[in-house]
Design a protein around this ligand. Structure first.
Ligand SMILES: [Zn+2]
Length: 371
């Protein structure tokens, strides 16, 4: 699974003169069959244009990549990223639940910028399953779950050991348990905090025994407890997939709320004229002026319009010449896709909203502006 720590390691790989080939391929189900053709075209162009001495060094990698994609019988997800260096016997593949922009790059260092962008733009969730003596941590990201670690705190006397504590009065016995549970919870919190920091996680979901969860919430520093977005019920020994099934509705609820908040902020800001616009025409104007910081659009929003053949200015209105460069305009069917693509090129963040009536009523698209 794609994570920050691993990318850091890859980024620091020293190539000592040897080359890495980084391949990014959009393998979304909608592009099935096409991606093999795209890859072959990319590789062909690449082998024609790349410097001969470099190409000799990476010929092996190119062959391996082609064989992997064309002969692989498995179902791909949406995005495929592979970083390889035959010279260094290095091969790393990522099967991503989000599409990536096609690219192939040979360099003395791995090209990981697209992976970093994915990590930045898609939310990660830490899932904590905890009871009085153990805890499990999971990472949910890009439609996948991974168990990250377990914590067992020794010497937490359980109720079954009560007989062994006959020398303690009932009251002291309770205090003794509390003390050990507190030690355990402290340990859990320490591990949770370093997990959050290492993976730059902003959202937490908790589950397990009610007592332990309540204790964690009570003992967490406020900056951390504010990151809790929901709770679920599962047994401590539940398998990873069961945990994932329980957590999924909590995540969609949380994303729904987050999307609502974004749309509401957008509509308020646009209403007050504070660095935000709403509706396709204003969005396209802002895009042409390079002002879009974050583009917000409904998932299934589509529109058609016109594109300048010369400067690629996009327009909803039919105009015969481009108002910016006087170039000729031609009709385009995928106006919204073109706008999103240009926004990505300008370094804007794209926020896709699954469903939202307010945004739909307001025209399906809007943007927060840089200035
Ligand atoms: Zn133009």
């Amino acid at each position: 699974m794609l994570n920050q720590e691993e990318l850091k390691e890859i980024a620091t790989l020293q190539a000592d003169g040897s080359y890495f080939v980084s391949l990014y391929l959009n393998v979304s189900p909608g592009t099935k069959g096409d991606y093999v053709i795209h890859l072959k075209n990319m590789l062909k162009k690449f082998s024609e244009e790349e410097d001969r001495t470099i190409f000799k060094k990476i010929k092996n990698d190119i062959e391996k990549l082609e064989a992997f994609v064309t002969s692989n019988k498995r179902e791909f997800k949406k995005g495929l990223a592979i970083i390889t260096s035959s010279e260094k016997s290095f091969w790393k593949e990522y099967h991503l639940a989000v599409p990536v922009k096609n690219a192939i790059i040979a360099d003395k260092t791995p090209y990981i910028q697209p992976l970093l962008d994915i990590l930045d733009n898609y939310k990660q969730y830490a899932v904590l399953l905890v009871d009085k003596e153990s805890a499990r941590l999971f990472l949910v990201h890009l439609g996948e779950i991974e168990e990250y670690g377990e914590i067992h705190t020794q010497d937490v006397p359980g109720k079954h050991k009560r007989g062994g504590w006959f020398s303690l009065s009932g009251h002291r016995f309770e205090r003794h348990i509390d003390y050990h549970v507190s030690l355990h919870i402290k340990d859990v919190i320490k591990k949770l905090e370093s997990f959050l920091a290492a993976e730059r996680i902003e959202r937490i979901i908790t589950g397990g025994s009610d007592d332990a969860v309540a204790k964690v919430r009570e003992m967490l520093p406020r900056v951390v407890s504010e990151k809790i977005v929901g709770a679920f019920h599962a047994e401590m020994f539940a398998n990873v997939n069961d945990v994932f099934e329980k957590v999924k509705p909590v995540i969609s609820e949380s994303e729904n709320m987050a999307e609502k908040a974004i749309v509401s902020d957008l509509l308020t800001a646009a209403g007050k004229g504070q660095n935000a616009v709403i509706g396709i025409e204003d969005v396209l104007n802002a895009l042409q002026e390079g002002r879009i910081m974050k583009l917000v659009l409904l998932k299934n929003f589509k529109d058609e319009g016109y594109e300048c053949r010369n400067c690629r200015n996009l327009s909803k209105q039919k105009v015969s010449v481009c108002p910016y460069c006087k170039g000729g305009m031609e009709e385009v069917n995928y106006l919204v896709d073109l706008a999103a693509q240009r926004a990505v090129e300008q370094g804007s963040v794209i926020e896709v909203i699954a469903e939202n009536k307010e945004l739909s009523d307001a025209g399906g698209i809007g943007a927060f502006l840089r200035f």
